[in-house]
Design a protein around this ligand. Structure first.
Ligand SMILES: Nc1ncnc2c1ncn2[C@@H]1O[C@H](COP(=O)(O)OP(=O)(O)O)[C@@H](O)[C@H]1O
Ligand SMILES: [Mg+2]
Length: 1045
């Protein structure tokens, strides 16, 4: 087997399986060596051996808890935490109910071990307010139960005087939910009696030391322990134990568990009653009949008890001193002897205390019990009294040792026998290891026919005189040949003389050693009789708690059936316990006591050797060595490790065995490590198992990551899809809504428009019928009437159609002013048009000439206004009619435009001579009136320009172009009486024939060309009206003045 370094590194070997050579000697040496180095824990596989150090060691710190938490069993130094952790993890992860069996002699450290296991589990099993409360309640049940159930013995200052099995219940996550405590056989005889050097139960001393004066007074107690008969006379104080402080701790613990102050008070009152009972002294007195009977010697104790429990003194007194016997349906009261009275008193005290203790356990259970019905995982912790061998061993030691014998049987069955049987069953090659099977001792005690307990019961129930002697005789008779039974009788039969075995004793060869039991008291203790008078008296008390402890005291329920004997009760409860233990996965802590004196650091070889022997440790190591550390059915094994191999993950199709084989082969586990049984796989070393577990943990972490990732992905995806869906729904809804809104709006608008239009139409249609429209109609009517009147008036009073008349009637109303103005503007051009339309062509031509004249002269020449009245006749000479002018007429060639007489101003002297002036379409012809022959003919094209004065004279200059032949003499200075007409005609003719306008100059000074020289002509206005104008005066050769008016 390959060694685990952590197990080798320590002092000696941490696991006895590794011990080499293996012998009792070496095993003992190893334990001793380790103990010397304060290594108190040693393994045999997964069994922990603990050697009591009797001194506090620094190995239970929170740091140590952390170190061992989730660490593999063999990875660290051996420790009780490792087994606690292993058990807890098995429970949590593999769903296997666990039990932790702590065995060992009294004082070996079982109770301490159980507390350490509990505190470790409490430290690692989840957190939270609720969980912490449960944990607290579970942990705090300890000090309470210890106060009432533990006592100082010679072996142990804090010896458990009851057996305790606690089931802690967990939920599927491994969080504690609560628990159930079972208690076994309290050593109640201690209430009334204890060996010198020991003490009564702690609670009495705690109460007296720690109770306040007030409390003690109320409980009718005195602080002095020596005052109480049951507490013994010796000094009760214990080194290292502060009773007063412990009392406070117990009270606090009860509060944590959930005891009400009233309950605590009642509990202490009952305890006080027990103490006081011990002080009830009975003395003898003689009755009238001369028979001796007992009576209360000192009534104070009885009075105090009765005051406490609310019972008339006389009732208790009577119950203590007499007894009612029913014979043939007749009740006979007989007085008790002093011995009987004392017996009754002590029996009452023991019973009250025992029942109080049971009540206490039930009360704690009520607080810590689990309400939910969900499936729970259970971890049981068994801390039961250890094997006891005293000087004088009585019934209590007998049952205690029987219990230990049964536990050893569990151990043997589950580790040695069962294991070996399993190898054979599974077809694993196996060399059997011999070990001692203690079932023979168990049956010696418990056999229902020939067992010691059965015989004791038989004796107790037998009619007739029953004494211990008859019981012993019966034992000697039935068990004479039993290998494990001895007595004076059997020794005598074998002719052995053994002084150590006294007369009233028998000896049993227990697995842990030979124990001699004194039969004195066996029958009485087994009967466990309490006179009915006493239980009835208790039932009559007003004290609720006390009363409830004695239900059989109720006369209504009185039964004549005997209660089951103590022995058979114990046997039954042990049987239940065994059944319970067998149903769970066991974890062993085997406690060893290194010396008998509670001394630290002392290792008594002989003592330890004895324990090692009877605990069967050597055999345990042998079996363990030869065997396999771990086994598991193929199915669960495959299920647990299938993820480590591709072939088996996620599902193996074939059989489980093949699957496991494929899996382990794939993992390259050496074949020597494995054995394939019929239904289970066996793994030799824990190391392989841990290796598998480690791989599994890693793989599980990977798988968990994968699941997480997949899950997260899935969650994100669904979340996204959900969001998307929602978004679509929202947007669809939104769009729909928007469209609806829009539609509604449009509809509203349409309706509005429709309504408006309809309204408008209707209004229009009906407007006339509306009174409100009347004014408009009226106004309109009036308006039209006015217009009509206005127009009609105009028609009738139109101004005369004379174009010169520009008059227009004024508008009758202001609002017609614009219209009137417009009409006026229209009317005048219309009148003119009418006028024009009526003109004859001649008149029209004349007017056109006039118009032309106005364009040329209006506002330029004063003469123009004078010419207005004159009509343009053109022909002033009568050329046609006058034959004198024939030549001229001919010269005009029918193109004559104008013929008149003008005066020609002499250029030289300014004197004017008449000339005939003819204007034709092409020429200007000047002729002498007398000759009437054309004298000068000027082509129209030769006329450069014409100059006239501003005044009302007829003077004008014809400026000729220098190129013309006529012009050689110079420009013509002419005077016409019809100047306006002449120039107008000239202009028109010029325009007509040459398409040139006449260059007309209206000025007061202008130059003319006289031959080659130019002459400046100045116009001078004169006032001489009578003189014929114009008068031309030559002023030098280059100047000429024209006088005009
Ligand atoms: N692991 C330990 N470390 C220190 N002292 C211990 C340890 N185990 C036991 N003891 C001492 O031994 C005494 C007896 O132990 P206890 O558990 O009451 O024995 P048991 O229950 O087996 O009768 C304790 O009061 C304590 O002083
Ligand atoms: Mg104990």
């Amino acid at each position: 087997m390959e060694a685990n370094p952590s197990l080798l590194d320590t002092v000696g070997v941490g696991d006895l399986v590794l011990l080499d050579p293996l012998s009792e000697e070496s095993l003992l040496q190893n334990l001793k060596e380790r103990f010397r180095h304060q290594e108190i824990y040693t393994y045999i596989g997964n069994v922990v051996i603990s050697v009591n150090p009797y001194r506090p060691l620094p190995i239970y710190s929170p740091q140590t808890v952390e170190d061992y938490r989730n660490c593999n069993f063999f990875a660290l130094k051996p420790h009780i935490y490792a087994i606690a952790d292993d058990a807890y993890r098995s429970l949590r992860d593999r769903d296997k109910d666990q039990c932790i069996l702590i065995t060992g002699e009294s004082g070996a450290g079982k109770t301490e071990a159980s507390k350490q296991v509990m505190s470790y589990v409490a430290a690692v099993c989840g957190k939270g307010e609720e969980v912490n409360q449960v944990k607290e309640q579970l942990l705090q049940s300890n000090p309470v139960l210890e106060a009432f159930g533990n006592a100082k013995t010679i072996r142990n200052d804090n010896s458990s005087r009851f057996g305790k099995y606690m089931d802690v219940e967990f939920d599927f996550k491994g969080q504690p939910l609560g628990g159930v405590i079972s208690n076994y056989l309290l050593e109640k005889s201690r209430v009334v009696r204890h060996v010198k050097g020991e003490r009564n139960f702690h609670i009495f001393y705690q109460l007296l030391a720690g109770g306040s004066d007030q409390l003690l007074k109320e409980l009718k107690l005195k602080r002095d322990c020596g005052h109480y008969g049951y507490l013994g006379q010796e000094d009760p104080s214990l080194p290292g134990m502060d009773d007063a402080a412990n009392f406070r701790a117990v009270q606090d613990a009860m509060t944590v568990i959930g005891f009400s102050p009233a309950e605590v008070r009642a509990l202490l009152e009952v305890a006080a009653v027990v103490l006081n009972l011990g002080n009830v002294r009975l003395g003898s007195q003689f009755q009238a009949s001369g028979i001796e009977s007992c009576s209360i010697q000192d009534s104070q104790a009885v009075r105090e008890i009765c005051e406490l429990i609310g019972l008339p003194e006389s009732v208790l007194e009577k119950a203590l001193c007499s007894r009612t016997v029913e014979a043939k349906k007749e009740k006979v009261v007989t007085g008790l002897s002093v011995a009987q009275g004392c017996y009754g008193r002590d029996a009452l005290a023991k019973n009250i205390y025992n029942r109080l203790f049971n009540w206490l356990v039930n009360r704690i259970n009520a607080s810590i019990k689990v309400d939910s019905s969900e499936r729970r995982k259970v971890m049981g912790v068994l801390d039961i009294y250890g094997f006891e061998i005293f000087q004088n061993n009585s019934f209590e030691q007998f049952v205690i040792n029987y219990c230990n014998e049964k536990l050893q049987q569990v151990f043997i069955l589950m580790t040695l026998k069962e294991e070996q049987e399993e190898y054979v069953r599974e077809g694993i090659q196996w060399t059997p290891v011999d070990f001692f099977d203690n079932s023979i001792i168990c049956s010696l005690i418990e056999d229902s026919k020939a067992g010691i307990l059965a015989m004791l019961d038989e004796e107790c129930l037998r009619p007739g005189v029953v004494t211990e002697e008859t019981f012993l005789a019966k034992l000697n008779q039935v068990c004479a040949s039993h290998k494990h039974y001895e007595s004076r009788d059997t020794q005598n039969a074998q002719r052995i003389t053994d002084a150590s075995l006294a007369g009233p004793c028998f000896r049993v060869h227990h697995y842990a050693g030979k124990v001699t039991y004194n039969v004195t008291g066996f029958v009485e203790k087994n009967n466990d009789l309490l006179f009915r008078d006493l239980s009835q008296a208790m039932w009559k008390a007003r004290h609720e708690l006390l009363r409830s402890l004695f239900p059989e005291g109720d006369p209504q329920k009185a039964s004549l059936r005997r209660p089951p004997t103590a022995g058979s009760q114990f046997k039954a409860s042990i049987a239940t316990l065994m059944k319970n233990l067998y149903s769970k996965n066991p974890n062993y802590i085997r406690c060893i006591k290194p010396n008998n004196n509670k001394e630290p650091g002392v290792f008594t070889d002989g003592l330890v050797q004895m324990q090692v022997r009877y605990l069967g440790l050597l055999e345990n190591v042998r079996v363990r060595r030869a065997g396999y550390a771990y086994r598991q059915g193929y199915e669960p094994c495959l299920e647990r490790y299938k993820m480590l191999c591709k072939q088996t993950w996620p599902k193996w199709k074939g059989g489980a065995r093949d699957g496991v084989q494929a899996l382990l082969t794939d993992l390259c586990i050496p074949p020597v490590e494995l054995a394939y049984g019929h239904t289970k796989i066996f793994i030799r070393t824990p190391r392989t198992l841990f290796d598998l577990e480690d791989r599994r943990r890693l793989r599980m972490a990977d798988l968990a990551s994968l699941i997480q990732a997949t899950y997260r992905g899935w969650r994100c995806r669904t979340h996204y899809q959900q969001m998307r869906k929602s978004q679509i729904v929202i947007s669809a809804w939104f769009r729909g809504q928007a469209q609806k809104k829009r539609f509604e709006q449009m509809k509203r608008s349409t309706l509005l428009i429709q309504a408006w239009v309809r309204g408008w139409k209707t209004r229009k249609q009906y407007k006339k019928y509306f009174r409100s429209g009347a004014s408009a109609t009226l106004a309109n009517f009036i308006y039209r009437r006015l217009l009509q009147k206005f127009f009609l008036g105009l028609r009738n009073n139109l101004p005369p159609l004379v174009v010169t008349d520009r008059s227009w009637p004024a508008a009758p109303y202001k609002f017609l002013a614009n219209t009137n103005e417009e009409l006026k503007k229209i009317f005048y051009p219309w009148k003119c048009k009418k006028y024009r339309d009526r003109l004859t062509p001649q008149r029209k031509a004349l007017l056109q000439d006039k118009l032309c004249a106005s364009e040329l002269f209006k506002d330029k020449k004063t003469l123009y206004t004078k010419s207005l009245q004159q009509s343009f006749q053109g022909e002033y000479l009568g050329l046609q009619k006058n034959p004198k002018y024939r030549a001229l007429h001919t010269a005009a060639e029918g193109k004559l435009v104008l013929a008149d007489t003008v005066r020609k101003v002499n250029r030289a002297n300014g004197k004017a001579v008449p000339r005939l002036f003819l204007l034709t379409k092409n020429h200007i012809i000047l002729a002498d009136p007398k000759a009437a022959q054309p004298k000068t003919v000027v082509s129209l094209s030769d006329i450069r320009s014409v100059s006239v004065t501003r005044f009302s004279d007829g003077f004008f200059v014809l400026h000729l172009s220098e190129t013309s032949t006529v012009g050689a003499k110079g420009d013509f200075l002419l005077v016409s009486d019809h100047l306006i007409e002449l120039i107008t005609k000239l202009h028109q003719t010029l325009l007509e024939t040459t398409a040139k306008t006449l260059n007309l100059q209206v000025a007061d000074e202008f130059s003319t060309q006289f031959g080659k020289s130019s002459v400046a002509i100045r116009i001078v206005e004169t006032a001489e009206k009578n003189r014929v104008a114009p008068v031309c005066k030559k002023k030098g050769s280059h100047k000429m003045e024209i006088l005009v008016h």
